[in-house]
Design a protein around this ligand. Structure first.
Ligand code: MRU
Length: 347
């Protein structure tokens, strides 16, 4: 089993995803600021994993706080939350997890808990978020596995597996569940420029699970979708708007269009913690812009002229009309998403 992120007495232990697949390293992060930098630098990435990291970062920050009074502890808590909130803007799981930690903090304050008791409650809440994420991925897997035919060829983009979550994964969780149910599945993994989550992480994870995987460059996806050999596409999401528009890794939109054009079902697997009902449409989802060097350099090697202008949006939005179904941890939603997604929250 892949240990993406763990709480220990020494600090938060995370597999360094920047070093995979060649180095499997598990550094310890000892302060909330180190966890925040780890999120920014993509040591840990993937919407649910970012949420868990933020929650553990807050618990760590408050464990380290030497505030002598509850009022100062309160101020420290808000400062720590603010630091984690500005790490990455697109995945709503981060904001959702910080909100849960805020709720736990307020609850402790209301109950008249001591500083030490609140510290323990915050650690407990972060561990709950971690455990619930694994459980929700297994639920998503069992709902989604039914959509995967036997002997299926599935195309995926980015990494929405164990590494992107507390464990098991969303899109890859569906594939793992289908395989556990006795189905044969082979996977095309888009390499996912510029950060190579597909080539480095998805291929590594699937190979570990003995699931046949073929890495292709992003520009090959259309070719394979047209060839007739792909039965469906499954991707994860960073934020799903109330109307079913899906923000996911840059390049997902092109895959969705090519799938639609070729009548290949395009599935999104995402827990309800990724669904943001406060946004009517995907146009309102903030899209992170990352450093130019991710585009101008390839694994440290310069591949574009010095000083050239670069754009590097990390995510794009796929309109809901291209989404065949959204597999959540509460069931499968289909068009019209504004009613089907809402109904899943009310279950
Ligand atoms: O920039 P990243 O690697 O954090 O982007 C990750 C993705 O886009 C994933 O597909 C998404 O977070 C779903 S992960 C279960």
């Amino acid at each position: 089993m892949i240990r993406t992120i763990e709480w220990t007495d020494e600090g938060v232990v995370m597999i360094d995803q920047r070093r995979l697949p060649t180095h499997e390293l598990y550094p310890i992060f000892k302060t909330h600021d180190e966890v925040a930098v780890a999120i920014e630098d993509m040591v840990v990435r993937g919407a649910p994993a970012i949420g868990v990291a933020a929650a553990m970062g807050i618990a760590l920050g408050m464990k380290n706080s030497d505030a002598p009074s509850l009022d100062e502890f309160d101020r420290d808590f808000h400062r720590v939350c603010e630091r984690l909130l500005v790490t990455r803007p697109t995945a709503v799981n981060l904001f959702w997890a910080v909100e849960r930690m805020r709720w736990a903090f307020k609850h402790g304050r209301r109950e008249g808990a001591s500083i030490d008791e609140i510290r323990k409650q915050l650690v407990g809440e972060a561990l709950d978020i971690h455990r619930e994420d694994v459980e929700s991925n297994h639920r998503m897997g069992s709902f989604g596995a039914e959509l995967i035919p036997d002997n299926a060829t599935v195309l995926t983009h980015c990494n929405a597996g164990s590494l992107a979550t507390a464990g098991f994964g969303t899109a890859l969780g569906v594939i793992y569940a289908a395989v556990e149910a006795g189905k044969k599945v082979r996977v095309y993994a888009d390499e996912t420029r510029p950060f190579l989550q597909g080539a480095r992480l998805t291929a590594w994870e699937l190979a570990k699970e003995n699931i046949p995987v073929t890495v292709i460059t992003d520009s090959m996806a259309g070719h394979f979708l047209k060839s007739g050999e792909v039965d469906c596409v499954i991707v994860g999401a960073d934020r799903v708007a109330a109307n079913g528009d899906v923000a996911n890794k840059i390049g997902t939109y092109m895959v969705a269009i090519a799938a639609h054009e070729n009548n290949v079902p395009f599935y999104v697997a995402a827990p309800l913690s990724t669904v943001d009902l406060s946004l009517n449409s995907g146009d309102q989802i903030p899209i992170e812009s990352r450093a130019d060097e991710e585009v101008t350099h390839f694994r440290g090697q310069q591949v574009a002229p010095e000083g050239v202008k670069v754009a590097n949006p990390a995510f794009d939005v796929t309109p809901h009309r291209y989404v065949s179904a959204i597999i959540t941890d509460a069931g499968v939603a289909r068009e019209p998403y504004d009613t089907s997604l809402k109904a899943l929250f009310e279950r």
